[in-house]
Design a protein around this ligand. Structure first.
Ligand SMILES: [Zn+2]
Length: 731
């Protein structure tokens, strides 16, 4: 049961599964627009499926597993697309392609065909899964040049199953043999596409005759002798490998489309994200579960990375139900809260769930009802999950070049840690945010955002720097840290920052660190005697800890000086631990107002150190810097206890605010043992211009929620969040 909302009314809004929302005025395309991402919606079938399943058969499944059981389960999940094992290492259908190994248990059966027919009867789309990365002795004997080769010329045995050989991914095995396999599958079964697992080089770089010759022809160079960063020819090799994989993608895709124009080749993992954005109609993030020390928001981050190039095109999140790494217990089953949280992070951040299970014969069946519950929720609330555009106003730049070609400014400076720290600070600050890929910083793509964050985005081209400057010239704001723009797109160091003019500082050429026992003095402005607002919440102290690395910079204009350096002093013996220089004029934070825009530059490794030691003062300073540079109220604010990942999305006729509860003693290292609910959370949602809320519902709780409206701000109290709650606002 729902009730209409009107301004300044205080309402008890009942929310519940299956509640029907009545629309009093019809939706019109003119008021729903927001494919603001600057890309057209995709045609074809790709945007249809919301829930995916994958069944990967093992060789002895034929005759032993029960296809009817799986088809029945797919129906229970309301799955609308499946990926099913077809061929490659093992063919699960009566293939006619020479050397394509039929399952020894196949007999005269066709389990792939049977599953395809069953899925079609359920109205599902079907991708055929192939895996080209290994082959048998007969293939090796017939075509020794198809096998991946070590630098010394030795053909590679498979690391996990030495009775197999690893195939060369970039030579005729894939370009010819697997091409024939793909043609046969799509022609015979008219599937919607081919999904190839492990299609990129496996087990190390290949030095086969084809790879040597092709690389020489493309680059004029010999293959580099090792895979270490910085080895001569290494960058050229990485570029060539990427180009060769892109060529393979296009080659297979042309074959697939020739057999069925509606179908596509879908790689499991693109050569790089930029290429995925260029070529793909649909992508899947194969990021199945947590292992080691890993926050649950990692899955949400992967979603944002894919969407940073895919825009509104669909992205699926592949998740497994077991804990596999590092010892690959493929038959294991995770705890329900762990699976729930991982999938919730993907869903909240715009991915569609894809459960993957291998082996048609099951041992531990505990995951079946878990996934059924997740998919049932997803099915019931699909209309609030079919997103049109995110409404976040903050974007973190995803620099793939930095990850690939920048190796830090010093030992111990891992570029990835700067991003992880910034990501975590944004989550802790409950800031809804997107990621923007460095290759896609067009005015259209940047238009929805108020603030661009560059967390040590070190490797940026001149054109990318110009795009950032244009964003600021157009009224946008920037928060940048550390070595941002100090390197070009190939990872070569510039003399000065590419964004020196924007930051208002120049690099002196000196890098300090690792610093021990250094501090930051929190200074009052000389004019007012008060501290700058970026220091709010730090009133109790004259100083906080410094980072570990700093770039020495000199300002090229006048700056206020809210934070200055207190240099390192001995941390032992204890008798010696006192500051030798208690105060300096060396600024450690540069805040500018340029026209209507704000620019903050931090010359030290604030987010790297935050990831390293998670000091609350650094988290507070980062949150304050985001708030100051954004210079507008956030679209969603959440008060209350806990660590909550917040996302806000627009659908055709609604707005959905996702709250994912990350609060758990196992937040950084799964698996979760139990769900620890948090609440009440007081949530304020700013309705985007001109949009009027009609009804508000909580999708998970299904309880009445009080809602108050003042101006364009809705105030909603969410009594409790287990793993995932969605505030659904019909407009
Ligand atoms: Zn090769």
């Amino acid at each position: 049961m729902t009730a209409p909302l009107s301004r300044r009314d205080f309402l008890q809004v009942a929310a519940g599964a299956g509640a029907v929302v009545s629309m009093t005025t019809p939706w019109t395309p003119a008021d729903a627009s927001p494919r603001a991402i600057g890309e057209p919606p995709p045609g074809g079938w790709f945007d249809e499926p919301m829930r995916w399943v994958q069944l990967t058969l093992v060789e002895n499944d034929p005759g032993r597993f029960d296809p009817a059981f799986w088809l029945d389960y797919f129906g229970q999940l309301h799955a609308d697309a499946a990926t099913l094992s077809a061929g490659g290492i093992v063919a699960y259908y009566p293939t006619e392609v020479p050397l394509h190994h039929r399952s020894q248990w196949l007999g005269d059966s066709d389990p792939f065909g049977e599953l395809v027919r069953g899925c079609r009867a359920l109205g599902m789309r079907v991708l055929a899964r192939t895996d080209p990365h290994a082959c048998r002795d007969d293939v090796h004997a017939a075509h020794p040049d198809w096998i991946s080769t070590a630098p010394d010329g030795t053909p590679r045995r498979h690391w996990a199953n030495p009775s197999l050989w690893i195939t060369c991914a970039l030579g005729p095995y894939n370009f010819d043999f697997m091409d024939a396999v793909h043609r046969e599958i799509v022609t015979r079964y008219r599937v919607d596409g081919i999904f190839a697992n492990r299609w990129a080089p496996q087990g190390g770089d290949c030095y086969c005759v084809h790879c040597r010759e092709n690389f020489r022809r493309a680059s004029g160079l010999e293959l580099p002798v090792s895979s270490e960063a910085g080895v001569p020819g290494r960058r050229e090799f990485l570029e060539w490998r990427k180009a060769r994989l892109t060529e393979l993608w296009q080659h297979w895709d042309a074959t697939v489309r020739a057999a069925n124009p509606e179908a596509r080749f879908v790689p499991n993992g693109p050569p790089d994200f930029k290429t995925a954005g260029d070529l793909a109609d649909i992508q899947f993030a194969d990021y199945q579960a947590r292992h080691g020390v890993m926050p649950p928001w990692a899955n949400g981050r992967r979603a944002k990375e894919y969407r940073s190039v895919m825009g509104p095109k669909p992205v699926g999140g592949i998740f497994s139900v077991g804990v596999e790494e590092p010892y690959r217990w493929k038959d294991s089953v995770q705890s329900e809260p762990e699976v729930q949280l991982w999938v919730a992070e993907g869903t909240a951040n715009g991915m569609r769930p894809w459960v993957t299970k291998f082996s048609g014969v099951l041992y531990d069946r505990r995951w079946l009802p878990v996934v059924q519950r997740i998919y049932q929720w997803h099915f019931e609330h699909e209309r609030y999950l079919r997103n049109e555009a995110p409404l976040a106003r903050v974007a973190l730049v995803y620099s793939e070049q930095t990850a690939a070609y920048h190796h830090g400014v010093a030992d111990g400076d891992r570029p990835e840690d700067h991003v992880l720290g910034m990501y975590h600070a944004l989550v802790e600050a409950r800031v809804p945010f997107e990621m923007v890929h460095e290759a896609r910083m067009t005015p259209e793509r940047l238009a929805p955002f108020r603030l661009l964050i560059l967390a040590n985005a070190a490797a940026l081209s001149s054109a990318q720097c110009a795009a950032i400057q244009a964003f600021v010239a157009g009224g946008g704001n920037v928060l940048a840290t550390f070595a941002t723009s100090l390197f070009d797109e190939t990872g070569s160091r510039r003399k000065d920052f590419g964004l020196a003019e924007l930051f208002g500082v120049s690099f002196t050429g000196r890098i300090d660190g690792p610093l021990r026992n250094s501090y930051l003095s929190l200074d009052a402005s000389p004019g007012t005697g008060r501290r700058h607002e970026v220091l709010d919440g730090l009133e109790g102290t004259p100083r906080i800890i410094n980072g570990v690395y700093r770039l020495d910079v000199s300002p090229t204009r006048e700056f206020p000086s809210p934070v200055t350096l207190i240099p390192s002093y001995p941390d032992l013996p204890m008798e010696d631990v006192y500051p030798r220089v208690p105060h300096t004029t060396t600024r450690e934070l540069y805040l500018r107002e340029v026209g209507g825009s704000r620019v903050a530059y931090v010359p030290w490794d604030i987010s790297r150190t935050f990831w390293d030691v998670l000091a609350p003062d650094h988290g507070r300073l980062l949150a304050n810097l985001v708030r100051w540079t954004a210079n507008e109220p956030a679209p969603v604010e959440v008060d209350g206890p806990g660590v909550v990942d917040v996302a806000i999305w627009r659908q055709r006729r609604s707005i959905a605010v996702h709250l994912v509860n990350l609060t758990n003693p196992m937040m950084f290292k799964g698996p979760l043992r139990e769900v620890l609910p948090i609440g009440p959370l007081r949530v304020r949602v700013r309705m985007p211009g001109g949009l009027e809320p009609r009804t508000v519902r909580l999708l998970t709780t299904g309880a009445a929620v009080p809602v108050q409206q003042a101006g364009n701000v809705l105030s909603i109290t969410v009594p409790s969040v287990g793993v995932h709650e969605v505030i659904a606002i019909d407009i």
